[in-house]
Design a protein around this ligand. Structure first.
Ligand code: F6P
Length: 549
């Protein structure tokens, strides 16, 4: 029993029942499960808003799903979910509410944190963002020399970069094509250099996005961007106000940087960085797609929030996806999870999910501070199909590891593609084929029947039984993007709740930051390295020698 009075996960009868059930299932093949239930493809499917989820190709039976739901009940997933939506401080290590759902709630709703309804201020910021975004889009926001803004550069990192950058790519067909939107995150000067080298400072606007406004990468890049701007314009500090705006929870630091706080867009400590692109952190995205489309995206998020909050366990998509991950990590030894979108516009989607999932659930201490004895968050990875098929899918099909995967596709290609829309059926045929091959494989008998020489048969046999979820939507619209992101957000929530970890802190990123601060002086001013470990001090000495220091 932990300090919160919860029995350890692996000692719960519901967990043990799943372990027993796993043994009983043994190697039961998806071929058998489909043969036993011809309707499985339709029965194991859910509709949520515009999303169709096929989970029939999972190594589960009705009994598995029932036992998983029992585990969710026993671990208090619903209780924690309701506490989150109510604004309780479920981020226990930071004593914070977790209310990204309030960012997309209609204005008529009430969501209270410490007795204050936060919905009015969410909508006040959305309106301020809309006014600003429209001014930039329509050319009414002019730079220091009076020229209209042609390029918006978002400077941020982690949650202050990945969300807007991913959504910008995903929604490119909805963006103003006569403007450019760029995203700078890496403290490697090459990132900023490549982003601005062909730009006219007079037509460039920087959005400095940082929840804390203390993140070293972002502040370093923002300072460098300010120098680039002022040098390029030959102007003094007074030019900054027309070319820099900020998104932050920290007005004092924004003012200290020299950005007028009238040009600051606020959000709040109850929004986690990786859950923040539907807050003011999405300002660059709103400038790209416009307030109306941004509103459609928020409505998509809200639709899935409401589904997660109200749908019964048997039909609750985030609950189901979360529990399937628990099943594979806990009872099949799966270490990783592939997200394979069949959309070129989703080129950053998996990178976005990596932070969402791995920063949330990459934990090994339970909410009461004890080490956990079960697997928590998987390694999330993947790139858009079909490129991956010609690279790493070999391992998915015939490697020694089980890697559950999500295959995501859209029925309708974007209108703008014109004649290239004709290629879409081929793209989607590949998606469906991969799910099929991973699930059912190809037996030695089938290979032999094709006349394959005997010595090649083992090499050309596919074991199958590799689980996938297929998520199909009609079209990649702003609303559908919001629905998909909310689906994953709540999936991650469910898993954190079952695993009894705090999905909303990220202490694991701190040590590297502290050490980098200690090491930097040794690189630049030759400070003594004797306090460093033998490997790091040798590396620092080598680096200094290479730099002639
Ligand atoms: O260091 C990790 C982290 O705190 C992320 O959680 C966050 O999204 C990122 O850094 C950026 O933080 P900020 O928005 O405060 O600059």
């Amino acid at each position: 029993m932990n300090a919160e009075g919860r029995t350890r996960l692996d000692q719960m009868p519901e967990w043990q029942a799943l372990a027993k059930h796993r043994e009983e299932l043994g190697d039961t093949h998806l071929r058998t499960l489909f043969a036993e239930d011809p309707d499985r493809g339709r029965r194991y499917a859910l509709r949520v808003g515009d999303l169709y989820l096929d989970y029939s190709k999972h190594l589960v039976t009705d009994e598995t799903l029932r036992l998983l739901r029992e585990l969710a009940r026993a671990t208090g997933v619903t209780r924690l979910r309701d506490a989150m939506f109510r604004g309780e401080k479920i981020n226990v290590t930071e004593h914070r509410a977790v209310l990204h759902t309030a960012l997309r709630t209609p204005e008529s709703a009430t969501v209270s944190v410490d007795g204050e309804n936060v919905v009015p201020k969410v909508h006040a910021v959305l309106r301020k963002m809309a006014v600003f975004a429209d001014k930039v889009r329509e050319g009414h926001w002019t730079g220091h020399t009076g020229k209209r803004i042609r390029t918006v550069v978002n400077i941020g990192i982690g949650g202050s970069d990945l969300g807007p950058a991913m959504a910008y790519e995903a929604l490119r067909p909805y963006t103003r094509r006569d403007m450019q939107f760029r995203f700078v995150s890496n403290v490697d000067g090459a990132d900023l250099h490549e982003a601005v080298r062909d730009l006219d400072p007079a037509e460039t606007l920087f959005i400095v996005a940082s929840k804390t406004f203390t993140t070293i990468e972002t502040i370093t890049n923002a300072k460098a961007a300010r120098s680039w701007l002022l040098d390029g314009l030959g102007a003094d500090e007074s030019a900054v106000a027309r070319h820099f705006v900020a998104v932050s929870t920290n007005a004092a630091k924004v003012a200290e940087f020299g950005i007028d706080t009238d040009n600051m867009f606020a959000f709040w400590d109850w929004v986690g960085g990786r859950y923040s692109y539907d807050s003011a952190i999405g300002l660059s995205l709103m400038a790209a797609i416009g307030p109306e489309r941004f509103g459609e995206m928020l409505a998509g998020f809200h639709l899935v929030d409401e589904h997660f909050r109200t749908a019964p366990a048997e039909a609750n998509a985030p609950l189901l996806l979360g529990l399937l991950g628990v099943w594979y990590g806990g009872f099949h030894g799966a270490q990783s999870h592939a997200v394979l979108p069949y959309s070129h516009y989703f080129s950053r989607f998996t990178a976005y999910l990596q932070q969402l999932d791995m920063e949330s659930n990459g934990k090994s201490t339970d909410r009461a501070g004890h080490p956990v004895a079960w697997q928590t968050g998987p390694v999330v990875w993947g790139t858009p199909g079909t490129n991956g098929q010609h690279a790493y899918y070999q391992l998915l099909h015939q490697g020694t590891r089980m890697i559950p995967a999500d295959l995501i596709g859209f029925a309708e290609p974007v209108a703008e593609l014109g004649a290239l829309r004709g290629q879409h059926d081929l793209l989607m045929a590949n998606l469906f084929a991969q799910g099929q091959a991973l699930a059912f494989g190809r037996t030695a008998e089938e290979v032999r029947a094709e006349g394959v020489p005997e010595e090649q048969v083992p090499h050309r046999t596919f074991p199958g039984n590799r689980p996938t979820t297929t998520i199909l939507a009609e079209e990649l619209t702003p609303s559908v993007l919001g629905q998909l992101v909310a689906l994953y957000e709540h999936k991650v929530f469910v898993q954190g709740a079952v695993w009894d970890i705090d999905s909303f802190d990220q202490w694991g990123v701190e040590l590297g930051k502290v050490l980098a601060k200690q090491i930097e002086p040794a690189l630049t001013d030759g400070a003594d390295v004797s306090g460093l470990d033998a490997s790091t001090s040798a590396l620092v000495e080598r680096y200094r020698a290479l730099r002639g220091r």
